[in-house]
Design a protein around this ligand. Sequence first.
Ligand SMILES: [Zn+2]
Length: 62
Amino acid sequence: MPIYEYYCRACNTKFERLQPMNAANEAIVCPAGHEGAVRALSLIARPITGSGAERGNIGTCG
Ligand SMILES: [Zn+2]
């Protein structure tokens, strides 16, 4: 089962929680008992494609 990171705005706390596929729409309750915790966004930085800054990686043909 995947572990997702959630963030509770009520107590400003991050916590991890197992989320099975069939419970994706369940309300998340933080360890302190607050409902409405939101899933924390991934901190993995992804390069934005189409910015025109992808130079220097051109292979030679032939
Ligand atoms: Zn909370």
